[in-house]
Structures are given as structure tokens and as C-alpha cells.
Design a protein around this ligand. Structure first.
Ligand code: PEP
Ligand code: MN
Length: 338
């Protein structure tokens, strides 16, 4: 349920409504846009009684029942698209940004060469895993703390903001001490304690879609972060598990317009994990942009065949620059209406 306040409602009137809702055992989440203030009523069951109490109060314009369980992520709760800023780089609501870099941080030369190269090609943000979620416990698990130090070094030199994954709630403070945005990997999309922890970290979150997650499950995962008071969530489509084995995953391009319909949050696309094949990254990146993606996440390495992880889906700096150039003409024609 959402309590929509009249455009001219006073602060006292808004607070009075919040008090009534709190006293009835629910929580309110306050948001404002050009049309005024809205109070999302959060909590389970029995909201009809609260609606009856609130409806006649001064400053209340109307009550909206909400059908979806992700009230804060939903376009029903907020109509205007949200812009999330990562170290001053806006993503969403017409702002487009590319996050590029290696799957894993390997050493100083590799991350600095990549950072310089992707910046020259027009990327605004650098990615690189220091803590890696690997399917096998025997695969390279990332450089950990040293990887974070190298990312910070790359930012110092290039000014690029850093997007890196956090896997464990106990590491959120450490990773958040360096990152400009925290990535939640596909495998952790429903790690609820981790979602709550990043919700309290005060940094933007790039939330990857779980390989088997429905749109509703993905948005409820976003809701965990939002309900902790963190409004800065970017949704990232990275392919889902289907019967097809030629590609690593099946890139769900339909997720982009679907999520724009269901949610005000920015939606970006990761065709690297979405296909698992470097030759398919550029065509699927362009498809995502044409479908209205607010940004891209692309794996890039100066010597892709030598990459310690995800080599087969990683672009060289040359191929990445060519992809970026090909987006120039495409962006203006994307999202020009139904
Ligand atoms: C990654 O970004 O390197 C990664 C592991 O992605 P995902 O969680 O989508 O598999
Ligand atoms: Mn990867």
C-alpha cells in the first residue's frame, strides 16, 4: 500500500501519517518526486485498518493498493526512472555508462593497462574481481585484499570509478572501503544477509540476475537492498540458464524492456557472461542498447587468451574500442518509443 500525499502537504501532515503507520506496527518508506511525497507502507498483513485510519487525515491525497511484493522497486511506488551515480557517473533515466575491465584482477600491469585502454575507448567505470565466485573450489579465487589495492591504484591513475564484487557479508566493509559500487554476483542474488548488508553500506549496488531467477524474484532481491535505506540499485541482466548449451547462458534481452516496465531502477546488460563467447559480445551488447539498456558491463583484458578467468568471453582492448565506436550511432535511435 502506498499513501500518496497531496502536493501541498506540510511536513507535519506527512509526519503525522508516518506516526499512525508506525504505531500500527508497520514501517514507512518516504520518497518524493516532482508530483509530491509518497509513503510506502512496509510490513506484512492487515493494512486495511491502517488505510481506514489514514484516508481522512489532512494532507492525504489517496491510498494506492500495490499488487506487487516489491513496492520500493516498483514503478507503482515511483513513476520516474531513477538515476544511480557511481563516483559521479550517472546511470539510468537517459544516462548511459559502460563498466569494463577484466573478470579478475591479476596483477598491476594487467589492471593498469586495461584501465588506460577502456578509458581511452570511452568506458566511464572499471570492473575487476578481487573476490571471485568460482564454480570449482580449485579454480583461482581472486587476489582478495591485494586485488582491492590494485583497483584503488588504477582509480588513482585513471580516475575511473571501481565496480567490484563482494561475496561475503563479512567482507562488505573491507570491499566497500575501496569500491565505488558493490557488485552482487548472479550466484548471490538471493543471499539475503548479504543483500541486507550491502543495503546498509551506503554505496551503489550492481545486482546481477540469478541464472534461474524470475523478474519478480530479482526485484524482490533489489527490494532487500532498498528496504535497508539504500536507493542506489542497478539491475544487471547477465543471462539465464536454459536448455541451450552452445552459449554459456541465454541472454534475456526481453528482460530490459520488461524491467523498465516493472521498475524505475536502471537496467544494464552483461553480454560477456550472457553468452560466454567473445565473438557474440558485441552483437548482444548492441541488441541490449537497442532494447533500451542504461549501460553495459563488458569483460576486457589486454591479452584475453591469457586471462585467468573467463578468457573465452573476454574482449581485447582493440575489440572493445570497436564495440564502443559502433554504439555511437545506435544510442540515439534506441528507446525512441514503442
Ligand atoms: C563476474 O562479473 O565476473 C561474474 C562472476 O559474474 P556473474 O555473477 O554474473 O556470473
Ligand atoms: Mn567473469
Amino acid at each position: 500500500m502506498i499513501v500518496v500525499m497531496a502536493e501541498k502537504a506540510s511536513e507535519e501532515e506527512i509526519e503525522a501519517v508516518q506516526r499512525i503507520v508506525d504505531e500500527a506496527g508497520f514501517r514507512t518508506h518516504r520518497s518524493a518526486d516532482r508530483s509530491g511525497t509518497a509513503l510506502g507502507v512496509l510490513g506484512e498483513g492487515g493494512k486495511e485498518g491502517v488505510a481506514a485510519l489514514v484516508i481522512g487525515m489532512p494532507g492525504v491525497a489517496r491510498i494506492m493498493p500495490v499488487d506487487v511484493p516489491y513496492i520500493l522497486a516498483s514503478t507503482e511506488g515511483r513513476h520516474e526512472p531513477t538515476t544511480v551515480e557511481i563516483r559521479g557517473v550517472p546511470v539510468g533515466a537517459g544516462h548511459f555508462a559502460v563498466i569494463a575491465g577484466p573478470c579478475s584482477v591479476e596483477d598491476e600491469t594487467q589492471i593498469l593497462e586495461t584501465a588506460r585502454g577502456v578509458k581511452a575507448a570511452g568506458a566511464k567505470l572499471l570492473r575487476g574481481g578481487a573476490f571471485k565466485p568460482r564454480s570449482s573450489p580449485y579454480s583461482f579465487q581472486g587476489l582478495g585484499k591485494e586485488g582491492l589495492r590494485l583497483l584503488a591504484r588504477a582509480r588513482e591513475e585513471t580516475g575511473l570509478g571501481i565496480v567490484t564484487e563482494v561475496m561475503d557479508p563479512r567482507d562488505v566493509e573491507r570491499v566497500g572501503g575501496v569500491a565505488d559500487a558493490l557488485q552482487i554476483g548472479a550466484r548471490n542474488m538471493q543471499n539475503f544477509p548479504l543483500l541486507r548488508e550491502v543495503g546498509r553500506a551506503g554505496l551503489p549496488v550492481v545486482l546481477k540476475r540469478g541464472p534461474s531467477a524470475t523478474y519478480a524474484e530479482w526485484l524482490m532481491a533489489a527490494e532487500y537492498v532498498l528496504s535497508e535505506g539504500n536507493p542506489d540499485v542497478i539491475l544487471c541482466e547477465r543471462g539465464i540458464r536454459t536448455f541451450e548449451t552452445h552459449t554459456r547462458h541465454t541472454m534475456d534481452i526481453a528482460a530490459i524492456p520488461a524491467l523498465h516496465e516493472l521498475s524505475h531502477l536502471p537496467v544494464i546488460a552483461d553480454p560477456s557472461h550472457g553468452t560466454g563467447r567473445w565473438r557474440m559480445v558485441a552483437p548482444l551488447a548492441r541488441a541490449a542498447v537497442a532494447a533500451g539498456a542504461d549501460g553495459l558491463l563488458i569483460e576486457v583484458h589486454p591479452r584475453p587468451r591469457e586471462a585467468w578467468s573467463d578468457a573465452s568471453q573476454t574482449l581485447s582492448l582493440e575489440h572493445f574500442a570497436a564495440l564502443m565506436a559502433s554504439l555511437e550511432g545506435l544510442r540515439p535511435v534506441a528507446r525512441t518509443g514503442p
